[in-house]
Ligand binder design. Structure first.
Ligand code: PHE
Length: 454
């Protein structure tokens, strides 16, 4: 039997996992949530959610993956043979597959904007809303961009764990962090930027209600890539001396820092030009910001060009490192479960994603009125089912699985690297308590809210 692949270094482990966590969710969703939900007060609630709910779940996924050194589906099979828990293993694989299909479409848009920023086209656009709608609703261009990013991701995955995923993450993550630092400096140097900062950071505790807390939780889970097979699959490549709790802490810290820094980039820039709070979602990065890049630097056009190129490069890198982590769970599953070659498994996953991704992309144009699945377009269907249903259900099952089903001794053994690391007993008890009670109940609340039950 061939030796199973693993990550070659602790730095590789942290950077690959952080690459999964840092994604489109950090750069466009987090800043707008902060702006809409009470500024620094939201950041505080968010950080609490990361520490109390996100970290224990991330550690749990690490435990499942590292203990078994197997793909997600087979990991549950090994830990709970013949039981219904195995369902979660398959769910993880499918959630990843579903997410990749529509995440690739938006990632394709970021590539398009990088290209048109680079060749100066974006700078000449007179109506950025119209430009975005024209592009996203056209038939071929978005499909081609989506296919190109899927193929970029394919090239990384096909090379395997160390020479593909690890090397890519070690190259891209430092670059991504450098770009963020540059963009923050850029943004702060713009006239009027202080108003944006003030808007972002002014704590408004009156905005914090149950619905804002639920949004903060949902954002924390999505941003940390929790609730499916990604982190579990990556952890199956961790070496036995990797420190699970410390790694989770570093990943959460990097992810949160990038999210806050993205706010520091976007808000001062938008306020310096428009003096109002920006739109949420895709409108922010594909409509408002291109406008800002045009106007922001007045007659120093090359600065606007540089800002836009760096910004869309940042988005693309963030999207790609997440896509790679979403591609790996189904690939590892096909490869190990059906004994396929890595190239064959990768090709199957990429082909299905490009096929379904095409339908998702056409949801904005040709197929906008074709809604065979619950009255939703393909894009909305894949987004809804994976992010709003599968992810929370996965989160609940993972916390119950590690909290109740796995033996505490085994979990303790894994967290302490077989007794080599000191893990305080009280901290471990708090961890198990959170997994058994608080986390499942909290996710249940998000889940019901997302479904509109309350
Ligand atoms: N965490 C990624 C982001 O912030 C998205 C993601 C979700 C990646 C689930 C992997 C798994 O965009």
């Amino acid at each position: 039997m061939e030796k199973r692949a693993n990550f070659g270094s602790k730095l590789g482990i942290v950077l690959a996992s952080a690459g999964s966590a840092v994604g489109l969710g950090n750069v466009w969703r987090f800043p707008t949530e902060v702006g809409e939900n009470g500024g620094a007060a939201f950041i505080l609630v968010y950080v609490l959610c990361v520490i109390i709910l996100g970290l224990p779940l991330m550690v749990s996924e690490f435990v499942i993956g590292r203990r078994t050194h197997k793909n997600t589906a087979d990991a549950y099979r090994e830990l709970a043979p013949g039981s219904a828990w195995i369902f979660q293993g398959y769910l993880g694989v499918f959630t990843a597959w579903f997410i990749l299909c529509y995440y690739g479409v938006v990632s394709g848009w970021t590539l398009k904007y990088l290209v048109s920023g680079f060749i100066g086209e974006l700078h000449r656009v007179t109506d950025s809303a119209d430009y975005f709608v024209q592009f996203s609703s056209s038939t071929w261009a978005p499909v081609v961009y989506m296919a190109v990013v899927m193929l970029m991701c394919h090239v990384v995955i096909v090379r395997g764990v160390q020479t593909g995923i690890e090397r890519f993450s070690k190259l891209m993550m430092p670059l991504l962090l450098l770009i963020i630092a540059l963009l923050v400096v850029f943004s702060f140097s713009m006239p009027g930027s202080a108003d944006g900062l003030r808007f972002l950071l002014k704590p408004d505790f009156s905005k914090i209600d149950s619905s804002v807390i639920l949004s903060a939780m949902g954002q924390a889970f999505f941003s940390l890539s929790i609730g499916m097979g990604c982190l579990c699959t990556y952890a199956s490549y961790f070496t036995d001396d990797a420190k699970l709790v410390k790694t989770a802490g570093s990943v959460a810290a990097i992810d949160t820092t990038v999210a806050v820094m993205s706010g520091f980039i976007i808000f001062p820039a938008v306020f310096s030009v428009e003096a109002v709070a920006p739109d949420a979602g895709p409108g922010l990065v594909f409509i408002t910001l291109p406008n800002v890049f045009q106007i922001a630097f007045g007659n120093v056009a090359w600065l606007g060009w540089l800002f836009s190129v760096l910004f869309y490069l940042l988005l693309l890198l963030a999207a790609l490192t997440s896509m790679v982590s979403i591609h790996e769970p189904p690939t590892a599953f096909l490869l190990e479960h059906f004994n396929l070659r890595r190239s064959t498994a990768t090709t199957i996953v990429t082909s299905v994603c490009i096929g379904v991704g095409m339908l998702c992309s056409l949801s904005f144009g040709l197929l906008a009125d074709f809604r065979p699945l619950f009255g939703l377009t393909f894009f909305d269907f894949f987004d809804f089912v994976s992010a709003k249903i599968f992810l929370p259900v996965g989160g609940i099952i993972i916390s119950l699985f590690v909290g109740w089903r796995l033996s505490s001794d085994m979990v303790f053994d894994e967290l302490s690297n077989h007794g080599h690391l000191h893990v305080p007993r009280w901290a471990f008890s708090v961890y198990i308590f959170l997994l058994r009670w608080l986390i499942p109940l909290a996710i249940m609340a998000i889940f019901l809210k997302e479904l509109g039950v309350f």
